[in-house]
Write a protein that binds this ligand. Sequence first.
Ligand code: UDP
Ligand code: BGC
Ligand code: MN
Length: 296
Amino acid sequence: MKTKVLNNSHEETRRPPNKSETLGHCPDTPPKLVGPLHVEFNSKQTLHKVREEMGSHLLEGGRYKPPDCIAQQKVAIIIAFRNRHEHLIHWLYYLHPILMRQQLDYTVYVINQDGEGVFNRAKLMNAGYVEAMKQYDYDCFVFSDIDLIPMDDRNLYRCFDNPRHLAVAMDKFNFHLPYNTFFGGVSSLSKSQYLKINGFPNTFWGWGGEDDDIYNRIIFRGMSISRPDLVMGKYRMIKHKRDLHNEANPKNPGKLRQTLQTMNTDGINSLKYTVKEIKKDILYTFINVDIEAPLK
Ligand code: UDP
Ligand code: BGC
Ligand code: MN
């Protein structure tokens, strides 16, 4: 009887260790980063070719986990989207290899606005946050435009001690910030930073101002903005015209004087939308949402 118990415990110690027992945490500085990158949009990529090239490294839904270490953060990349399929191909082609080199445990969420109503970038981002949280215990959210490609892989798509603005040096603004409080393009917030500001506004229909409202929220909650320098923070934006149903909304700038009040009632606590479809491609999770957009 006694020997049998001893035998059992012996076998227990000889069991091959499972992965999470053997892997160490990924280092603070990912070792395979290369620095400045060549980015151009002339090459004719197809979704098919990008799938062939990098699909084997990914799990369904555009999900990745570093094979050789435990990622420091679980990151959901949220993209507000409608009718920019060519841009999506460029984004996936450039970003997947960068994000892999950054050793992130990440998933790419493309949040598509259903229908032809007025576009609402910030509300789509809110829906993306909620839908991502239903799938996995993310601790960091990167909110990105579909047309912005980083030109340096040291610009890490993760979260920091303060909300981070990543797209600090865009080509269309001469590789500078257009103004000091600019928070547009690409940003990252941890779950707690995002909840502290009640998420993003749902009421900025059409183009302009929603990123300035998010900036205000962050400052009003006593946080500051973290940023990479102007070398690591370079971006190329794929050239485009203003989209249909996303005209500059003249009502938006004036709303920015009210952020301190409106942020308490307009945000993640008032978000209403319905999911119409979730499709998992190997390169991304596509979520089609009805955000109750006005037609004009
Ligand atoms: N967007 C989109 N479809 C639209 C309008 C906007 O997918 O019809 C998304 C897309 O991610 C885009 C972002 O919203 O990059 C911001 O819009 P836009 O690029 O027009 O803004 P800007 O170029 O002025 O920063
Ligand atoms: C708008 C922002 C926009 C910025 C840069 C500002 O006037 O309010 O939403 O990101 O211009 O284009
Ligand atoms: Mn753009």
